[in-house]
Design a protein around this ligand. Structure first.
Ligand SMILES: *[C@@H]1O[C@H](CO)[C@@H](O)[C@H](O)[C@H]1NC(C)=O
Ligand SMILES: *[C@@H]1O[C@H](CO)[C@@H](O)[C@H](O)[C@H]1NC(C)=O
Ligand SMILES: *[C@@H]1O[C@H](CO)[C@@H](O)[C@H](O)[C@H]1NC(C)=O
Length: 381
């Protein structure tokens, strides 16, 4: 390494240990992160990099890494473990643990971990409990989240909001099957998001694609346990919601409660359209293919039949595997209707050979070709 490149490196690297972090898992290291981030965000040489060294555990209280930063790119090189305070020590009025806000060109990588210490939060919570999200991105364009591990969030692990041009790859999310609301990745109001080569073992949705999202690609993801890959829920409380241009491929769902699901509330309005699931494999999945326009698990619905979220142009192509439940294919559409639903080369067998496969159709229009089990409500093409 010559002197010039060494100088660049030196001037653009900020080691959290130089800011007084103890990294012993007991001392509160929040202040060190606040100070180091300020320097990273104000630096202009090279790619300013916050280094979080390996083999240490950094106890971190709820924190916001705020932008915009001066450099076009910034790097959070996480090699060690960030650990959330336990529920007993959680400062009130914080519904998120680690936030990155208004930062363009942010890369988080390094093979390190974020541990949300969720177990105390989960106790006594059935669902929809008021718990903190572990990692929250807002307005971060050009975001890369790569090669990180996310464990035991109190609620959802990763939330991507209002971001454009995002790549998430080679991440592991891991929470117990019975942990409530521990979604892997939630996406809202974001565009051009690619999630690839990742593993998500959770107690809730593997990935949920929510309102205002378009051009979302999911490729090479393994989910399970958990609730599978979801579009929605959309249209809660009569809202306008829209999702479009979604492509999910080359992914495996293992032992999940649902496979690929589109869920909408009766009360909302808007649309979910141009959604393709291709080369998906199910292994012992309970409800492999499901569109549910009556998703109302807790609050009451406003019975407004003129509205509804229209679901259209949904394709399932080269989808196969096994179903652990009888409801193999479910199209439970309301009067808002599901149109141009295409099943093309679908082969789902029963995990338990004694089970009878069930197909449910309501208010659905579409076509099918080479589909097991047979879906009589769709015309062949
Ligand atoms: C849903 O997303 C769209 C597009 O981003 C936005 O205009 C709308 O306000 C959002 N709806 C809600 C209820 O947040
Ligand atoms: C459907 O979505 C895909 C991305 O998944 C996009 O490439 C394609 O152009 C979209 N089609 C239409 C008609 O918008
Ligand atoms: C399912 O499809 C994939 C390719 O999409 C193929 O490799 C695999 O063998 C198929 N599995 C079954 C059980 O048909």
């Amino acid at each position: 390494m010559n002197f010039v490149s060494w100088a660049v490196l030196a001037s653009s690297s900020f080691n959290i240990l130089d800011y007084g972090a103890a990294g012993n898992g007991e001392t509160d290291d929040t202040e060190a992160f606040v100070k180091a981030w300020k320097d990273v965000c104000e630096a202009t040489d090279g790619i300013p990099t916050l280094q979080v060294p390996v083999a240490k555990i950094y106890l971190l209280n709820p924190i916001t890494f705020q932008g915009p930063c001066k450099s076009e790119q910034v790097n959070f090189e996480l090699k060690g473990t960030l650990m959330a305070p336990s529920k007993d020590a959680w400062p009130s009025d914080n519904d998120k643990w680690i936030q990155f806000v208004d930062i363009d060109g942010l890369t988080i990588n390094g093979g390190g971990k974020m541990n949300g210490q969720g177990s105390l939060w989960w106790k006594g919570c059935e669902e929809h409990c008021d718990h903190p999200t572990a990692l929250f991105f807002h307005n971060c364009n050009g975001l890369h989240l790569q090669n990180t591990k996310h464990i035991d969030s109190a609620k959802n692990h990763i939330s991507i909001n209002f971001c454009d041009d995002v790549i998430v790859s080679d991440i592991h999310v891991n929470a117990p099957e019975d942990s409530p609301n521990t979604d892997g990745i939630d996406i809202s109001r974001s565009t051009n998001v690619m999630i690839q080569n990742s593993f998500m073992l959770t107690g809730d949705d593997c990935i949920a694609i929510n309102n205002g999202s378009s051009y979302i690609t999911i490729k090479g993801v393994t989910c399970g346990p958990g609730h599978g890959i979801s579009v929605g829920s959309l249209g809660e409380d009569g809202q306008f919601n829209s999702v479009e241009n979604i492509y999910v491929s080359d992914s495996l769902l293992k032992g999940t409660q649902n496979g690929v699901r589109i869920k909408t509330w009766e009360s909302g309005y808007g649309y979910a359209r141009n959604i393709t699931f291709e080369k998906i494999t199910f292994e012992d999945v309970k409800n492999p293919i499901i569109i549910d326009q009556y998703y109302t698990s807790f609050a009451s619905t406003r019975e407004n039949k003129e509205t509804g979220i229209k679901v259209s142009d949904v394709t399932y192509r080269e989808v196969n595997g096994t179903s652990a439940g009888e409801n193999v294919i479910t199209f439970k559409c309301s009067e808002a209707s599901c149109t141009n639903i295409i099943l093309d080369h679908v082969d789902i067998q029963m995990s338990h050979p004694d089970d009878e496969p069930k197909v449910f159709c309501q208010n659905v229009i579409g076509k099918s070709k080479s589909v097991i089990p047979i879906v009589p409500c769709l015309s062949e093409f």
